[in-house]
Design a protein around this ligand. Structure first.
Ligand code: ZN
Ligand code: ZN
Length: 246
């Protein structure tokens, strides 16, 4: 389809089915590349200055945070383009727990766009979504980590390997648990498909909080022989200890 036909089709579609911003509901123009308005996109909580090991927000970009200096996480590097803050925290809840397709489309597109900008250096050989247990998948109908991984994988031309890890048992929801309880809650929750054929993979999840889930998944992959595991998350929440100190 040539450019003129594409524009005409977009204008026609926009008249018939006007698109709206997934965050504020404002009507979008036919040229909007993402399902959100310019005002909302300009104010997203970007995670600009972040610890290179765990992606927690820090005062100085490029320096490891105090938690990582005390005890390094069981993965190599972590990256999260946005902070777990308004309005993306609300958009994630609407997608995950209410199945809102506009919020899902926006979050997938934001993650894919950020991944394209970020992954200029050494790319992982595969993206491995942190698996959801079958019971939870049945309840929700979709797996948000797998959807984010597929969006980024398409943008980068990197394969997605949802079969690399299996969730062995359902775990209680991590929210509301302290760091120690979160680690106990996920211990032994995953198994790796043997033997994983990659040297370098990135685990993908929607939110990184204490890192206990991603850490357990990273340990399992490394034990199975993957030399380098990175963690890519859409949203970085401040770890509970850091929140209490503030
Ligand atoms: Zn908006
Ligand atoms: Zn850190």
């Amino acid at each position: 389809m040539n450019r003129w036909a594409r524009t005409a089709l977009r204008v026609a579609l926009d008249t018939l089915l006007p698109r709206h911003c997934a965050l504020c509901g404002a009507r979008l123009g036919p040229r909007a590349a993402l399902p959100a308005c310019r005002g909302c996109l300009a104010e997203l909580p970007r995670n600009r200055a972040a610890c290179p090991r765990c992606a927690a927000p820090v005062a100085e970009p490029g320096l490891a945070c105090r938690r990582c200096l005390r005890r390094a996480p069981p993965w190599e590097a972590a990256w999260a383009p946005y902070r777990y803050a308004w309005p993306l925290d609300a958009a994630l809840v609407r997608w995950k727990f209410h199945g809102d397709p506009a919020c899902g489309a926006l979050l997938e597109a934001l993650f894919a766009r950020a991944a394209r900008r970020m992954a200029r250096g050494e790319r992982p050989e595969a993206l491995v979504p942190v698996p959801l247990h079958r019971a939870r998948l049945r309840g929700r109908g979709f797996d948000q980590a797998a959807r984010l991984a597929r969006a980024a994988g398409r943008a980068l031309g990197v394969p997605v390997a949802p079969e690399a890890l299996r969730r062995l048992r359902p775990t209680a929801a991590q929210s509301g648990l302290g760091a120690g309880a979160r680690r106990r809650n996920v211990r032994g929750a995953f198994a790796a498909a043997r033997p994983p054929p990659w040297r370098h993979v990135a685990l993908v999840d929607d939110v990184l909080t204490t890192g206990s889930t991603a850490g357990e998944a990273a340990r399992v992959l490394r034990r199975a022989g993957v030399a380098r595991v990175d963690v890519w998350c859409l949203l970085r929440a401040a770890p509970p200890a850091a929140r209490a100190q503030r």
